[in-house]
Ligand binder design. Sequence first.
Ligand code: 13P
Length: 281
Amino acid sequence: MNKKRSDGLATLWDVLPEARVFHYAVPHININNLEWAATVLKAANDTRTPIILGVSEGAAKYMHGYKTIHDMVCGIIENDNITVPVVLHLDHGSLEGCIKALAGGFSSVMYDGSKKPFDINLAESNDICGLAATKGASVEVECGGVGGSEDGVVSSGEKADLTECMQMSGLPVACLAASVGSIHGVYPKDWKGLDFELLTEIADKTHGIPLVLHGGTGIPDDQIKRAISLGISKINVNTDCQIAFASATRKYIEKGYDKDISKKGFDPRKLLKPGCEAIYK
Ligand code: 13P
């Protein structure tokens, strides 16, 4: 990465190499709106945790585009005095999505070429690295496919190929999402768990590149800890926060608080508060 950023946002280069060396993982939490972004930033700041705000292409459309999100996140950081490093990262981007996110000011993108033939995924990942470098941004790439569905990005979940991971790690990428059996969304009862043998092989042969675990919701703590000890340095979580938000909001409504005229429980700022508190927790 060669260009300095003027907006104060961090990149994956700023937060992941240290995590890889000292065996911890930086959270990537997907955001969906202003409340989500402010809540995740407050939780990160209060716990002194560097944070990666993940935005899917669908969420970017929902939030009126990359520049709107960039300016909103920078505004919250300044207004709320957030002092931990914040990376604004496109999650599972297409080629076009990465180009637009970088133009809109995102400090990082994930280029997901995992459904394309590997030589094309490799070449296009390299192209995105070149473009990102001119913007002072970082790049995550993917080998294999994370199973399940993430905001319209669907995959049957084939595990990563070791040789392909080795080739990808030769690019100027900040981290590699190599699929080792995790799934987006809620895990089925018969899920076989993470493939630690494959993770160990990939970590051994990819020159210490920080590795990424997608589908962080619902993975048991012991597997998370073992994965981190083997080189996972970024863990993506989305569904967990969505479920927490939805169930807290449901409780508020089931208790009839939204119908309390004297307390104005229908005020959206009151209605959304329990959900935000649940995300924070
Ligand atoms: P979950 O929705 O399963 O937490 O996965 C999130 C993710 O991997 C985002 O890329």
